[in-house]
Design a protein around this ligand. Structure first.
Ligand code: OTU
Length: 579
């Protein structure tokens, strides 16, 4: 019965798919690995914060093209509760746009305009939970058994207590535990994240069927990539952590199959900010073709703080390989906190103690550690476990905020160099790079969220500022900080796009005799490049190991680099040497 419903739902969606989208499906068959192309560059922004509404986003297309974007992720734009809604991650209807942002018709028009300009549209599929205002949740609240079974609802604490013995708390400062008591219905509801985000019960096949329909509805609006939110949590099993269970993978594979049938050009991007051994398991042509690379992100910040790159080297060396037909999405910052999700086992090999090192990273990036250049904030500090994560804009974490406040020109230059070093690595190491829009002009922390009741308990809002038109204007003026950052950003994007050696994702770590230097080789056909970055705040000299080529040309500086001799890099300098 359920299976027949499912097949009927998939068929109905396919029949509704527009001729334009079917044309894209056909084109995609000949270019199904588009995400490996070095000409692909991604950007991500909030609709309201960046451009007011969906129509405003459409008007920004010239800007996206100026920057060279081909992939645009719009943060959740769906109907959501007023006030607190976790930045849109509490969805009240997958088929309605938040009226403040526009309509589904605007979304379709935007998708079409983006496609005409060579830009793919990426949207969220928040499929682990709905908001408590979703029709299903309201029906469940009204006592409708069919919909009560869409969620995990319990009469008393007996079962929740049993589950909680082995669960991790995700948002401990805001709300401890994983269940919320709803007085009006006298029920405990499973809420992994906030109390208003109700976890869906995928052990009920009707939930999967309903969500397949919602997913294919989105596909048919013109969405090219769906970011699968919180993939780790979708299956629960008593006595386990209820994270990354094998059934979670099976469910995503089943969603993917539905796509292959009824929206064949749409791909998935996995959002699993968990242990690297688990992150990798979601990446497969039959599951998620794309995945955030949280390990690279966290380790870039780790190295910037510690000025040494050993953990990054072994992680890129051992953990970068993913199957054919998939790609990493590399990023420096996103709308979330930085979780220090490196492997403790890797760290141990280098005599780095995972727990204390994370504690130190939090001290460093919250600016507490003496000599720190960073201005970040702690997120979800858990006093019981000692865990915490970090919020903050890239520019503020890299020292720009402090340097400007102290009127220290030399420190401003260093901060700019740090931002560009991290982004240059993300643009060249292999995978699809994703710019957190605003970073290209050095947008800094915005503390105004503290005055907003719906935001003040969530420090992630410090890095979700309103776009500043004047700041953006200054991008063309090289006398300004914004202009200096933007010019270098555009240059590195141009370099990425014009060298096929940056396609695909197969970096080979190049060792040297200096632990401040991170170096890797990229190869494509006869083309080879070596990228070298100095994570120290002082000049460094080093010799590369196993260099067969004697010299190459620095694409950024234009000079010839002798690779078999001692090489020198300025603080935070990156050299991209073409052999
Ligand atoms: C995701 O993040 C979103 O990116 C967040 O913005 C949402 O708040 C959340 O889901 C709920 O929808 O905890 O700090 O280990 O993998 O799923 C970010 C948890 C988060 C992460 C992730 C989650």
């Amino acid at each position: 019965m359920q299976f027949i419903d499912l097949v009927q739902g998939i068929t109905a969606s396919w029949l509704e798919r527009s001729a334009d989208l079917i044309r894209l499906d056909v084109e995609n068959e000949a270019n199904s690995d588009w995400f490996k192309d070095q000409r692909e560059v991604g950007g991500v922004c909030y609709v309201d914060l960046f451009a007011g509404n969906l129509k405003g986003i459409k008007e920004k297309i010239p800007y996206f093209k100026e920057l060279g974007l081909t992939y645009l992720h719009l943060m959740p734009f769906f109907l959501a509760p007023d006030g607190e809604n976790d930045g849109g991650y509490a969805v009240s209807s997958y088929r309605e746009v938040d009226p403040r942002l526009g309509t589904m018709e605007d979304l379709r028009a935007l998708a079409k305009a983006l496609h005409e300009n060579g830009i793919r549209l990426v949207a969220d599929f928040v499929f682990n939970h709905t908001s408590d205002e979703h029709l299903w949740a309201r029906k469940a609240t009204a006592g409708d058994m069919t919909f009560k079974q869409f969620y995990y609802m319990f009469d008393d604490r007996k079962i929740p207590d049993a589950y909680e013995k082995t669960l991790r708390e995700i948002f401990p400062t805001e709300r401890p535990g994983s269940f919320t008591f709803y007085e009006e219905i006298e029920q405990w509801v499973w809420t992994t994240f906030h109390s208003f985000q109700w976890d869906l019960n995928y052990s009920n096949p009707a939930v999967f069927n309903a969500m397949v329909s919602e997913m294919l509805f989105l596909a048919n609006q013109g969405v090219d990539v769906l970011r699968l939110d919180a993939v780790a949590f979708i299956w629960k099993e008593m006595g386990t952590t209820c994270e990354n269970l094998p059934q979670a993978h099976m469910i995503i594979q089943a969603f993917n199959l539905a796509c292959r049938i009824a929206a064949p050009s749409m791909y998935f991007k996995s959002e699993a900010i968990v242990h690297p051994d688990e992150v990798i398991k979601y990446i497969d042509p039959g599951e998620c073709q794309l995945s955030y690379n949280p390990l690279l992100m966290a380790l870039l910040w780790n190295c910037l703080a510690s000025k040494e790159v050993r953990l990054l080297r072994i992680s890129v060396g051992n953990r970068y390989a993913i199957p054919e037909g998939t790609s990493w999405v590399n990023y420096v910052r996103c709308h979330d906190d930085i979780g220090w999700t490196f492997s403790d086992e890797d760290a141990e090999k280098l005599q780095i103690h995972g727990f204390y090192h994370r504690k130190w990273l939090n001290e460093f990036y919250s600016g507490e550690f003496p000599g720190s250049f960073a201005r970040g904030l702690l997120f979800q500090e858990n006093l019981k476990t000692g865990d915490a994560r970090i919020s903050g804009q890239a520019a503020s974490l890299a020292g720009l905020e402090k340097a400007l406040a102290e009127n220290d020109d030399a420190a401003v230059e260093m901060a700019i160099d740090r931002i560009l070093m991290l982004y240059t690595i993300v643009f060249t190491i292999g995978g699809l790079p994703l710019v957190y829009l605003g970073d290209e002009v050095g947008v800094m922390n915005d503390y105004s969220y503290r005055k907003d009741r719906a935001k003040r308990d969530d420090s992630r809002w410090v890095h979700r500022p309103n776009s500043d038109a004047e700041k953006l204007e200054r991008r063309t003026d090289d006398e300004t900080v914004e202009g200096r950052i933007f010019t270098r950003f555009k240059e590195i994007i141009r370099i990425r796009k014009s060298h096929s050696v940056f396609s695909g994702s197969n970096p080979k770590v190049v060792f040297s005799d200096n632990d401040h230097i991170f170096a890797y080789q990229r190869k494509e056909g006869k083309d080879t490049c070596i990228v070298m970055a100095n994570f120290a705040d002082s000049m460094q000299s080093f010799k590369l190991a196993e260099m067969h080529a004697k010299s190459g040309k620095d694409i950024l500086g234009g000079d010839v680099v002798l690779l078999d001799e001692s090489i020198t890099l300025q603080p935070y300098q990156v050299r991209i040497v073409n052999l």
